[in-house]
Design a protein around this ligand. Sequence first.
Ligand SMILES: Nc1ncnc2c1ncn2[C@@H]1O[C@H](COP(=O)(O)OP(=O)(O)O)[C@@H](O)[C@H]1O
Ligand SMILES: [Mg+2]
Length: 287
Amino acid sequence: MTTATIEKSVPRKRLAINSPAITAPAASRLEALTPSDWALDVRDLSVYFGTNRVLKDVSLQVRNRSVTAIIGPSGCGKSTFLRAMNRMHDLVPEARVTGAVRLFGSSIYGPEADAVAVRRRVGMVFQKSNPFPTLSIVDNVKVGPRLGGVRQRSVLDERAERSLRLAALWDEVKDRLNAPAVSLSGGQQQRLCIARALAVEPEVLLMDEPASALDPIATARIEELILNLKKDLTIVIVTHNLQQAARISDYTAFFYLGELVEYDTTSKIFTGPARQKTEDYVTGRFG
Ligand SMILES: Nc1ncnc2c1ncn2[C@@H]1O[C@H](COP(=O)(O)OP(=O)(O)O)[C@@H](O)[C@H]1O
Ligand SMILES: [Mg+2]
């Protein structure tokens, strides 16, 4: 199905609420995007846990090689949205996902899609760093490529070094690559998890509050890293730190009670949002 037919098949009412790429006010840069700019194209996405619908008809397009922030109060469905982008809900028996998610044009929930392949293309980093505790620093990074079938030592070494450099960790660990991963500081462990995710060369990196357990210096390093990574890949980051969203993202989506309230350029969301609810949230009137 072409994008044009998808657009036609979506009821107008919903487009007006949720698809700024199509109906945004003239001031929005999102309007200029075409499907070839989209890394992710989400249409009418709903997620249920049992009978509880926690994400309601969310439609948005994530721009390739950009940082998109997901903001909103606790429990509004930010993590649920993120997890739907790489089929993590497949692992939860009571979860059900409806709607469509396309990754560079191909459906990740379609009959031909393979969840493992999707997760290789769409990596994820969690709030709490979770290195494999029994593995060394370098072996943590090699896990993904090894599972993907890479056997040659030189290739694994090269992939590990490249990933650790991309994650801005190489200089700190190059002399102790075989030390246990858990000997690193919290901020280093989180960068190790980023390196581990990068080692399978994903096209999209999902980050769920990746710095919320870190001190300001470690947080700054992660933010700097994110800005460097977007040259090569697409990042979707959940954060409850509004200053962080404003500092590092190009686009911001505001979720409330499972719905996408507003999605626009970050500068528009923070300086002149179209909706009162968004304004109330970004100005700290509720949290
Ligand atoms: N595995 C699950 N089983 C049942 N309910 C869940 C599960 N995961 C999340 N939820 C519910 O979905 C809603 C949204 O949660 P979540 O996406 O984690 O919110 P946020 O990340 O914005 O804080 C919450 O009400 C939460 O309790
Ligand atoms: Mg969450």
